[in-house]
Design a binder for this molecule. Structure first.
Ligand code: UDP
Length: 235
């Protein structure tokens, strides 16, 4: 395997499957099988999960809700998703720990870096819930932050699109995909990979990001094995 320790970022929307809202248990089970394939090959897997399938602070704020309160709701949504993912992983026989950035001790361990790293060394999947624990941030920022903290080799951003294109491939059938691209070029071309805070944190720490289609079975293994599917952002 090319990568020994990875941080997988899954958006909340990825968990919806074909639904418009909430969590699709079949999709979760598929993800769990893909994750099992790579953990059985000795890859250490940490996951940051989003919350957009349940609640986004910005959406609440646009309707007059207090932004910070909305973001607290969004962070709790990521813990709900984390619990669902933990359940699916454990059903697949993978030992898993959920660590939360906000204290919620009855349902999840608090985030403790050294403990997280120890879990990974022991072959447990670690899910980081609660984002960064701060309002006005996203789970993409949490993904980069945790990846740096746990010294992950790479961030794998699993999406429903198979990489980064020069224009939106869902709207433009002439869109061209990049196999690799530099951080500078992403910024120069105004492409959307992650929000700017998350993206520049990754750039400053020289942490590569691979965007790939997580919904195709077996893709996760291919990426971790070093196959050039998706788009790699590097320095
Ligand atoms: N959130 C937050 N701080 C964080 C991470 C998340 O306040 O560090 C809140 C924010 O309201 C966000 C919501 O949680 O909209 C869900 O996270 P995100 O939008 O990143 O989820 P995704 O788009 O990946 O599903």
């Amino acid at each position: 395997m090319k990568y020994k320790r990875i941080l997988l970022k899954l958006s909340g929307e990825a968990l919806m499957g074909e639904r418009q809202y909430g969590i699709d248990p079949d999709r979760l089970a598929e993800y769990a099988e893909d994750i099992k394939t790579i953990t059985s090959k000795g890859v250490e897997v940490a996951i940051v999960i989003g919350g957009g399938n349940i609640f986004r602070g910005v959406a609440g704020a646009s309707k007059g809700m207090d932004r910070v309160q909305g973001d607290h709701m969004g962070m709790l949504a990521t813990v709900i998703n984390g619990l669902a993912l933990q359940g699916a992983l454990e059903d697949a026989g993978i030992p898993t720990r959920l660590q939360s950035a906000i204290k919620i001790n009855e349902v999840a361990e608090p985030f403790i870096r050294r403990k997280a790293m120890r879990h990974l060394e022991k072959g447990r999947v670690v899910i980081f819930g609660g984002g960064t624990g701060n309002p006005y941030f996203t789970t993409d920022s949490a993904a980069v932050l945790r990846a740096i903290e746990i010294e992950a080799d790479v961030i794998l951003k699993g999406t429903r699109v198979d990489g980064i294109y020069n224009t939106d491939p869902e709207k433009d059938d002439k869109a061209i995909k990049f196999n690799t691209i530099t951080f500078d070029d992403v910024l120069r071309k105004g492409l959307k990979v992650m929000d700017t805070t998350a993206f520049t944190l990754s750039q400053e720490n020289e942490l590569p990001i691979i965007v790939f289609d997580m919904n195709k079975k077996g893709n996760l293994l291919k990426v971790v094995a070093g196959e050039k599917i998706g788009t790699e952002v590097n320095i």
